[in-house]
Design a protein around this ligand. Structure first.
Ligand code: SD4
Length: 336
């Protein structure tokens, strides 16, 4: 039977979700043409909307869920969800109160991507709390995808954002302590986490994503990580699914991690399989020192299935689904 007919039959019989995944992974003589048909006819899971995010960010996913319940779209949901962590001074890896670089400057990276494949990004942004909203403005109000440093800041101010000091007393104290203890070496700390990457699927099954961070604590001045790089820290393809990353950005960038996960899902992998394979790309590199750093991925596919995987334990995913907001421990590679 030709695959297109097989998939149509499967959907009608009500077992389309399980079978479509299998069918997508089969190769046949006209696979390209059929892949598109398969995606178009793969039924979306009934219980939408859906929000997932990296780490334990229940208030952020609750906000995104509220936006979706009140008729907002997935793009509004991920932006407003991420803003909750940007303003949260207790989260020292995002927005206001983020740990500074080794010179004491708080510099933010963020990006956003919508259901039509549009995207916007800011890198090395200073003095503006809501980096994700500036990224959205870049996407919607400029002909560009990415603005950096002083240009990004000036654009934000001209768009109505208020400049402010992002270095809180708590983060300043932590930085001063680090300077003494580390002898001012740019050490990359495996425990540096809580960057928020968020993916949302609205009730119509349309997907958007966002990612925002102050980057690695005590990084070198000028360093930019994966979080604002489309394809690395975040990628959304509304026909296939989406992925976002956390952890040591350099390793994510080297493997173009989020794009990789989405492409693996395009080839038929489940979100869980795709996240595991992308982590495998990192740990199986010759001379990979993966024991010394963390990377984690979360993903959702067009059917509303989700997955997550990391190198080390302690990675978690927050999921708002079926009216329930939960923080769930992720599976991980290093089992000791
Ligand atoms: C970065 N990926 O700048 C970010 C850091 C991070 O939780 O995810 N921290 O490399």
């Amino acid at each position: 039977m030709k695959r297109r007919h097989f998939i149509k039959k499967a959907s009608v019989s009500g077992v389309g979700i399980a079978l479509a995944g299998t069918a997508l992974s089969c190769k046949d003589e006209s696979s390209e043409e059929n892949t598109h048909e398969a995606i178009a006819s793969t039924p979306i899971r009934a219980s939408l909307p859906l929000v997932i995010a990296t780490w334990n960010v229940m208030e952020a996913t609750a906000k995104a869920w509220d936006v979706l319940q009140n008729g907002g779209n997935a793009l509004d949901a991920v932006e407003q969800g991420c803003m909750v962590e940007e303003i949260n001074e207790n989260n020292q890896t995002v927005g206001k109160g983020g740990f500074p670089d080794r010179d004491g400057n708080v510099t933010l990276d963020a990006c956003i991507m919508d259901m039509n494949g549009n995207c916007g990004s800011v890198v090395y942004l200073q003095n503006i709390t809501h980096a994700v909203s500036v990224a959205r403005k870049v996407m919607e109000d400029t002909p560009h995808v990415m603005l950096a440093g002083e240009g990004a800041k000036q654009f934000a101010i001209s768009s109505g954002f208020e400049p402010e000091d992002l270095l809180t007393e708590a983060s300043k104290k932590a930085w001063e302590k680090w300077k003494v203890e580390s002898e001012y070496k740019p050490i990359i700390n495996i425990e540096n986490h809580d960057t928020i990457g968020m993916l949302a699927m609205d009730k119509n099954g349309n997907i958007s994503g966002a990612c925002t961070t102050s980057g690695l604590a005590y990084k070198m001045g000028g360093r930019v990580g994966d979080s604002p790089i489309i394809g690395s820290g975040l990628f959304v393809d509304n026909e296939i699914g989406a992925c976002t990353a956390t952890g040591l950005g350099e390793e994510v960038v080297k493997t173009v991690g989020s794009f990789l996960v989405v492409e693996l899902m395009r080839q038929g992998r489940s979100p869980q399989q795709a996240c595991e394979e992308a982590i495998g790309r990192i740990v199986n590199k010759p001379n990979s020192n993966y024991k010394n750093f963390q990377v984690g991925y979360i993903a959702v596919n067009k059917q509303g299935e989700t997955g997550s995987y990391s190198i080390h334990e302690h990675f978690s995913i927050t999921k708002y689904h079926d009216g329930k907001n939960e923080n769930i421990k992720s599976d991980f590679y290093i089992k000791t």
